[in-house]
Design a protein around this ligand. Structure first.
Ligand SMILES: Nc1ncnc2c1ncn2[C@@H]1O[C@H](COP(=O)(O)OP(=O)(O)OP(=O)(O)O)[C@@H](O)[C@H]1O
Ligand SMILES: [Mg+2]
Length: 318
């Protein structure tokens, strides 16, 4: 089913450095969310706060009635069993083969027999397309395979929530497309809540149900994919369309002179909103909405050419 994550007024500083303040959003059960933001805006810190590895200064993260930010160690231990986490580098044990890496959480956290473990491990390795690679060491395989092995390991405890920290960093565009399809297929199959941190604008434009943007120590916007992709809000518009014109500079914000120099430059038009990536078996995900529905319901005219498979370009099926 997946479970909802309700984040309210979340604030975190390290010493005097405020990372983000008053972050409030609800990640709906079973939906795919992408969190974006320039480097250093605290996306990884946010993911770590969601699993209780980092304690916020203020605010709450409520999952199934438990506040991760203030609960006891014992409750935290229980609630963590709901999570699967794909770390940025796959975080494999270098001296263990892929089979043992994927089996690790089952041996650590359950009392299952080796034959039960075997059937779960093989099922998850099949899911991510790694059958036949069980005896390989992490150092012997490509980055893309390591990511998929990390994903298999994140799934063995049948998580209700899966957190992905830059699952596509270091992957070539073709592997990124395969990984995106895998993420959508997995969401359809296990119906868990997915939170994905990525820098890949194409993934962000085509994969999620919801998008959040962290910028300048706060959550600039969070909402349905179509809402952000049609937004004229300068920071959102600039970031989601990878444009140079806008308030974001090479290092944090542009200064007043830079912005003044841009003031009479015409903004490039918003590109069409691509179709959302669908499961490869053609059966819609539970959270999937018809293309253009959000725009219609909210009286927003999407950019010309939106939701046409012909202009999907780098989108579904590409
Ligand atoms: N344990 C820690 N102690 C002190 N400062 C930290 C700690 N963890 C993170 N930070 C600081 O918090 C800020 C946000 O870090 P974070 O890793 O979350 O950024 P990010 O948005 O994930 O960046 P990137 O896109 O480069 O991965 C950085 O300035 C970092 O130095
Ligand atoms: Mg990070």
């Amino acid at each position: 089913m997946g479970v909802e994550i309700k984040i309210d007024g979340l604030t975190k500083s390290f010493g005097k450095q405020l990372i983000w303040g008053d972050v409030t959003l609800t990640v709906p059960a079973g939906e795919i969310c992408v969190m974006l933001g320039p480097s250093g805006t605290g996306k990884s810190v946010l993911l770590k706060t969601l699993i209780g590895l980092i304690k916020p200064d203020r605010g709450s993260v409520v999952i199934e009635g438990t506040d991760i930010a203030s609960c006891s160690e014992k409750d935290l231990y229980e609630i963590r069993k709901l999570f699967g986490v794909l770390f940025q580098d796959g975080a494999m044990f270098g001296s263990m083969n892929l089979y043992d890496n994927v089996a690790f959480p089952l041996r650590e956290h359950t009392r299952k027999s080796e034959s039960e473990i075997r059937s779960i491990v093989m099922e998850k390795m099949d899911l991510v397309g790694l059958i036949g690679a069980e005896t390989k060491l992490p150092g012997e395989i490509s980055g893309g395979m390591r990511k998929r092995a990390g994903l298999a390991r994140a799934l063995v405890l049948d998580p209700e929530i899966v957190l992905f920290d830059e699952p596509d960093s270091g992957l070539d565009p073709v592997r990124t497309s395969f990984l995106n399809q895998l993420i959508v297929d997995l969401n359809a199959q296990i119906d868990a809540t997915f939170v994905i941190v990525t820098h890949d604008i194409n993934s962000c434009r085509t994969v999620p149900d919801n998008i959040g943007l962290l910028y300048h120590k706060h959550l600039a916007m969070f909402g349905p994919r179509e809402m952000l992709l049609s937004s004229e809000e300068p920071v959102v518009r600039q970031f989601l369309n990878a444009q140079r014109v806008g308030p974001i500079g090479m290092s944090e914000e542009k200064d007043a002179d830079e912005l003044a120099a841009e003031a009479d430059q015409e903004l490039p038009p918003l590109p069409p909103i691509p179709l959302q990536l669908e499961p490869s078996n053609g059966i819609p995900r539970r959270a999937q909405r018809p293309p253009g529905e959000w725009c219609r319901l909210n009286g927003v005219t999407p950019p010309p050419g939106s939701f046409q498979s012909a202009n999907a370009g780098l989108a579904p099926g590409a």
